[in-house]
Design a protein around this ligand. Sequence first.
Ligand code: ADP
Length: 402
Amino acid sequence: MKVLVVNCGSSSVKYTLFKMDNEKKIAWGIVECIGLPEAYYKRQSVGAEEKEESVKVRNHTEAVELIIKDLMNKETGSIQSIDEIAVVGHRIVHGGDKFSKSVLVTEEVKEGLKECFSIAPLHNPHHYAGILAVEKMLPGIPSVLVFDTAFHQTIADYAYMYALPYEYYEKAGIRKYGFHGTSHNYVSHRAALMLGKPAEELKMITCHLGNGSSIAAIENGKVVDTSMGFTPLQGVVMGTRCGDIDPAIIPYLINRDKNFADPEALNVLLNKKSGLLGISGLSGDMRTIVKAVSAGNKKAKLAFEMLCYSVKKYISAYFGILNGIDCIVFTAGIGENSPSVREKVCANLQALGIEMDISKNNEPSSEERFVSKDESKVKIMVIPTNEELMIARESKMVLANG
Ligand code: ADP
């Protein structure tokens, strides 16, 4: 059985084709810069070299068409007919509070997704375009939607509500939703396997630290709280996003600078120009920041310390919320690859039973592993995330359940 996972962004379509009997990737790639003259298609399949070429694609439908034709290429393709694809899994950023689990696409589901456009205008319309493109190019093949928000739907109302007048929740859907749910879900299950206990008997804090970052407190397999909010802007310091700030800064900026009368200018400031980039003035990329810290750059050091401090603060808060934890998991680009971030985040948390083994932490590896001391009460783990595989599994499961 083969499952195609697609992730449609504003100007890109990313895909992975899985063979589900061994859960291995067969082919994967991305069409980027859709609608622009510099559009290109980069792809790879098992046993073949990575290829990249310029392409002309005006929209998501043309991008999906290009991908399907390539997958079915007589000489280099991975499938002979579209019927080999049992189901298509779509990554969907925002399911609002309409979708608490993955669903098979129907007309009603598509309408429901459209109703979530207003709370995720940067993502959901593109996902919707992708769903239509797949329907057109793969007629008769079922599609499943897997939501980044769904895993967080177990959060209690007192944790997801903002203390604004209640009608803002009722009329505008303003509440915490949380993101990266597929990743938190995946790594929490891997962690349970590594600890040899069911997820339903464990308390853990999962740290997805990438360009966008979020922390989740998970008790007995259910999310109790997470750091991202109504949008992915809330929470820890990120590559170019500010994370938590005093909301009164917004009206203050609007009063002080008339450019900020335009909400888009504020969105750009908070989402694209802040975080590591805003503080360091150098980059939102942690690799550049780490190098600059080594070279003695003071602002890079400040940015690095702010990010680590904000993660540590969430871990400490969630430790209290969960009344103790069995493990902390680090995942995503920074979480998997930056020993210095992990070390700084876990430093001086012995009072909570969190003790890192520095030499294990520094050992380069791309495998899932423990980086805590043997005697550490709380286990510290590094687990590479695999959102695509999680989407493929969910899609297979939803298909099996009809
Ligand atoms: P996205 O949120 O876009 O999926 P990723 O999970 O790929 O992002 O994470 C990207 C981040 O991971 C970048 O800040 C990048 O610098 C960081 N990163 C990747 N490799 C390393 C490394 N070896 N050391 C430090 N940071 C790294």
